[in-house]
Design a protein around this ligand. Structure first.
Ligand code: NDP
Length: 278
């Protein structure tokens, strides 16, 4: 019996996940097919229920359903509870287990770079779903200090309030008042959608000059963005979101199969898929 697993979201056509997840199943000789499951909000409960069928391993969940899916599974991991969102559902004996692998996925590339989060201040741009997962990840990793800045600052304040306003978390507007926080930042994360299309920067390029020369600029978008180009121009270290995407997928693979994910196979497949898309 061919097992089924897929990506639930709306839209899903742009996703690189089928390429690198299928490569992982094939590399380990697991008879499974990773499909795209475009799903509207109205159809989400039925789609999640269908994961209880015996030939289904589980699913990934992406925009805009990560929060809604959280309420539809039988239990969740601690990190998914902290983020109040699931991006991975594993189906075992008809029960649905929710996890949030965006959290370890975000942290793994920082660990690979040897970044010591305890002793640094991170500035996170954005206050949507991705920023929420990033802030939870930084809090769980014991990051020394976090400033969340958003175009609409009230949304950053709401995010901090939702997380219980921990003392290490501050909020800011995405304007010149952010310069002070940037001056002491070892890590700048772009978790906004700015740069996904076109040449928009999430913040004024002059503000980037406030960063110390040792700062790392991490854009969750999984290719070179205007922000990363500007950071390279200033001699700063950079990281795009492809490594995060592959690490979150590798952790999802582990949830579905209980097997160690073939990370290098997944990475190479993701790189090729991104190149084909470019
Ligand atoms: P949401 O729609 O939930 O949030 C969008 C955020 O972007 C908001 O904070 C919004 O600000 C901000 N924003 C949008 N346009 C601009 C702009 N022109 N200037 C400044 N801020 C802007 O999206 P998500 O949080 O789910 O996703 C954000 C990004 O993260 C996406 O590009 C996505 O591709 C990426 N991502 C990557 C992952 C990976 O594995 N690499 C995983 C998940 C997400 P406001 O509130 O003021 O409107």
């Amino acid at each position: 019996m061919t097992l089924r697993v897929g990506l639930i979201g709306d839209p899903v056509e742009h996703s690189l996940s089928p390429a690198f997840q299928q490569a992982a199943f094939d590399a380990l000789g697991i008879d499974a097919l990773y499909a795209l499951w475009p799903t509207s909000a109205v159809d989400l409960p039925a789609r999640v229920t269908s994961l209880r069928e015996p030939d289904v391993l589980g699913a990934n969940v992406t925009l805009p359903h990560k929060q809604a899916a959280f309420a539809l599974v039988d239990d969740v991991t601690e990190r998914a509870a902290a983020a109040h969102a699931v991006n991975t559902i594993a189906s075992r004996d008809g029960r649905l287990h929710g996890d949030n692998t965006d959290i370890p996925g975000f942290l793994a590339p920082l660990d690979e770079r040897g970044l010591r989060l305890h002793s640094l201040h991170a500035v996170v741009l954005g206050a949507g779903g991705a920023a929420h997962a990033v802030v939870v990840a930084l809090l769980l990793a014991g990051c020394g200090g976090i400033t969340v800045a958003n175009r609409h600052p009230a949304r950053a304040e709401a995010l901090a309030a939702e997380l219980g306003a921990p003392p290490s978390l501050r909020t800011a507007a995405l304007d010149a008042t952010l310069a002070g926080a940037l001056q002491s930042a070892g890590l700048l994360v772009n978790a906004t959608a700015a740069g996904w299309q076109g040449d928009a920067l999430p913040l004024d390029s002059a503000l980037l000059r406030a960063l110390p020369p040792t700062a790392l600029v991490y854009d969750l978008i999984y290719r070179e963005t205007p922000l990363l180009r500007a950071a390279v121009g200033l001699g700063l270290g950079t990281l795009d979101g492809l490594r995060m995407l592959v690490h979150q997928g590798a952790e999802s693979f582990r949830c579905w199969t209980d097997q160690a994910p073939p990370l290098e196979v997944m990475w190479q497949a993701a790189l090729s898929a991104r190149d084909r898309r470019a």
